[in-house]
Design a protein around this ligand. Structure first.
Ligand code: NDP
Length: 340
């Protein structure tokens, strides 16, 4: 049983991938779009990131039913002599656009030392750590940024303007999985509030305000009001930076644009993602991996600390051997979506 006493079924990773793939394909997604999304939600379940796991399949399907999303879109890669690569997602979903753009980003960064990948015209409902982890596994330092919908109020405001705007960072390690963090610039991811709403649980202090600007622990009032940035004005500035990088810089939607286009309140952000990759070998330090390990060891010598991504990697090992606990209600919802 899960903490809120829902019955659960343990599924292995192939079963999770299969459920997502079949649900998506039965709703009109192409095999390629469905496969990339299924890989993304399976990785999230595997790493204990339920808010971007099978729970999200309904968001993909709703985006298709209630928007201009093209679930058969074939993203187009544009590479030229510059160090900036573009992928036009053609109103499809981000995972397939990333699959097409990331190999080119790795090659460009290895060739020139730094490179950028701008993804355009995609619905992005996923976590960002998979792409920075993949880049860091190739020995690159990596950043990823994306806007979302207008959910977060600037420090001192009461109306939503910024997205929950995640940014992710990856740094390679020698013979170890990379160091990765991936965090929303809001106090919580919106999916976490939706999970609390689904489970009838109050949200923690500091996550949101209601429509009148008063602090709230009620997930319904929070979703109708505004989310708060993490760390007050400092998180708000990160959210602003993400709007500028993944919106203005690459010529894509701000979060408010995505919200105003979302007339059916699907909640699937539409816009772009910016990725930056740096080849540390080109910076001339021969010791960067050892120096990073020295810093990590000093950090971990302090009781109570851990590295970001450590929880995910530990959960990954458990999921591979023990499977993943799936709430019965989620599996029922998925079966209903698959049959309709
Ligand atoms: P969390 O606050 O849960 O975690 C943020 C990061 O902090 C993770 O890398 C986590 O590592 C790390 N971390 C957590 N606790 C500690 C600790 N004690 N010491 C060191 N590191 C720690 O994530 P958020 O709620 O901010 O975001 C959740 C997800 O939502 C992200 O993956 C983000 O990409 C996604 N998102 C996607 C959006 C979209 O529109 N596509 C919009 C907003 C968010 P670990 O994973 O190991 O716990």
């Amino acid at each position: 049983m899960m903490s809120n006493d829902q019955p659960v079924t343990y599924l292995n990773l192939d079963e999770i991938h299969h459920l997502a793939q079949v649900a998506l394909e039965s709703n009109g997604f192409s095999q390629a779009q469905a496969n990339s999304i299924a890989i993304s939600v399976t990785a999230a379940e595997r790493d204990g990131c339920q808010s971007h796991g099978l729970f999200r399949v309904s968001f993909y399907i709703n985006a298709l039913r209630n928007s201009i999303a093209d679930a058969k879109a074939e993203p187009a890669l544009q590479v030229n002599d510059s160090t900036v690569i573009h992928v036009d997602g053609k109103n499809g979903f981000c995972p397939l656009a990333l699959d097409i753009g990331l190999p080119a980003l790795v090659s460009k960064a290895q060739m020139h030392g730094t490179a950028a990948l701008a993804i355009h015209n995609v619905y992005n409902i996923a976590a960002l750590w998979p792409e920075v982890e993949l880049l860091a596994q190739q020995g690159l330092v990596a950043f990823a940024f994306t806007t979302s919908n207008a959910y977060v109020t600037p420090a001192g405001g009461i109306k939503p303007l910024f997205g929950t705007n995640p940014m992710a960072f990856g740094f390679p390690r020698e013979a170890m999985p990379p160091l990765v963090f991936d965090q929303a610039s809001s106090a919580s991811a919106r999916g976490e509030i939706q999970l609390h709403q689904r489970d009838g649980q109050p949200i923690p202090d500091g996550w949101a305000i209601d429509r009148e600007g008063l602090p709230t622990n009620d997930p319904d009032a929070a979703l109708a009001g505004a989310q708060l940035p993490f760390g007050g004005h400092k998180g708000a500035s990160i959210a602003l930076m993400v709007e500028l990088l993944a919106g203005a810089l690459i010529g894509e939607n701000f979060s408010v644009d995505s919200s105003s286009q979302d007339t059916h309140r699907v909640g699937a952000p539409f816009g772009g993602e910016l990725l930056l990759a740096i080849d540390p070998e080109k910076f001339g330090s021969t010791q960067y991996l050892q120096r990073a390990e020295f810093l990590f060891s000093q950090m971990l010598d302090m009781p109570g600390t851990r590295l970001p991504s450590q929880r995910r990697y530990e959960q990954r090992e458990k999921s591979v051997t023990q499977g993943v606990a799936m709430p019965a209600r989620l599996l029922t919802e998925l079966a209903e979506m698959t049959n309709n």
